[in-house]
Write a protein that binds this ligand. Structure first.
Ligand code: AHR
Length: 326
């Protein structure tokens, strides 16, 4: 055999072994398809980052990420594409609670476990998903309502007529349904509280501002605005200021919201927002722990709530903000 032929054979053998090493390394990765809601809020951005920084190749995963732009039909398409790609796990943060049976049955038929994260699904057959991890939205709403009762009482306004408006989240989303219900449970305990209006701000700052502008045109005696996420509150605050009114602890209108993202702390420190009720978005490591347990053949709890706090302007917000991860 001449030198040239030997060299070609050696190079081909090396290339083949490198290829098979790369292929086997890839085979060992756990493939996870994540059907994300969209990029509507600071919370959602932190949630996406949590998944992307957890499900890395260094950690043993291949993440296929899909941003559904707040549309259920896009999430259904993404799930079908994950099934076609034969992923090991499907993770879904469902835009809304209903309408998932068919596509989840397709995932079940393909033998792919489905993990729900953040929002829940309303299904006739709960065996269509393995487990869910997220915040307790009803509890968040009740904590908000109780905070308002205590705050008004402390201000000597416990018996006063209180006019409330709510900028809701995406209608049909667990976070909207739960927070509306939770606040409603506390409103029902106060005969002097009146819910003047509720409209969706779709969890975005722009829509929150638009809805607040229309509330301010329709009602001139708003005492409280409940925003079902922080970004809606940022928009509402802009609308309140543009209408020549003030808000926050020293203002005309009490503004409260949900999520507790860093920008909400800035808003409270600036004296605009009164309080924010936490919804923790850092679900990447929690879902990874679930997947590791399933890989080890262990059982996982079906419903897993995460602990959540609240923050208001009576607290040392600078110190809390310095430690905040999102
Ligand atoms: O489902 C969680 C909610 O969705 C967060 O409160 C909100 O910011 C996001 O859009």
């Amino acid at each position: 055999m001449n030198k040239k032929v030997v060299s070609i054979l050696v190079t081909s053998a090396m290339a083949a072994s490198m290829f098979s090493f790369a292929a086997s390394a890839e085979d060992e990765l756990i493939t996870v398809g994540y059907a994300q809601v969209g990029a509507e809020s600071d919370w959602r951005t932190a949630n996406t980052e949590s998944f992307k920084s957890t499900f890395t190749e260094e950690n043993g995963y291949q993440l296929i990420f899909d941003d559904a732009q707040q549309k259920q039909e896009n999430q259904i398409k993404a799930i079908r594409s994950f099934i076609q790609q034969e992923v090991d796990y499907i993770v879904i943060a469902p835009v809304v609670e209903t309408g998932w049976e068919t596509v989840l049955q397709e995932a079940a038929d393909a033998g792919i476990p489905v993990i729900l994260s953040d929002r829940q699904m309303d299904l006739a057959d709960d065996s269509l998903y393995t487990c869910w991890v997220g915040g307790n939205f009803v509890k968040e709403g009740e904590t908000c309502g109780q905070w308002l009762a205590d705050y008004l009482e402390a201000q000597g306004r416990g018996e006063e007529e209180i006019n409330i408006v709510t900028i809701q989240g995406t209608i049909g989303a667990s976070a909207q349904i739960g927070r509306t219900e939770g606040v409603g449970n506390i409103v029902a305990q106060h005969e002097n509280w009146k819910m003047l209006d509720m409209q969706s701000g779709e969890f975005t700052q722009a829509k929150g501002q638009e809805v607040m502008e229309s509330f301010l045109k329709s009602y001139d005696d708003i005492d409280v605005v409940i925003c079902e996420n922080d970004n809606e509150a940022f928009g509402a605050i802009d609308a309140i200021k543009a209408a020549g009114k003030t808000c926050g602890p020293d203002g005309d209108i009490i503004v409260v919201s949900f999520d507790s993202v860093k920008a909400a702390f800035d808003s409270m420190i600036a004296g605009d927002l009164n309080a924010t009720f936490e919804c923790n978005p850092l679900h990447g490591p929690r879902v990874a722990e679930i997947i590791q347990k399933l890989e080890a053949g262990e059982d996982v709890e079906k419903i897993q709530y995460v602990d959540e706090a609240y923050f208001d302007t009576s607290m040392d917000l600078e110190s809390i903000l310095a430690e905040r991860l999102y």
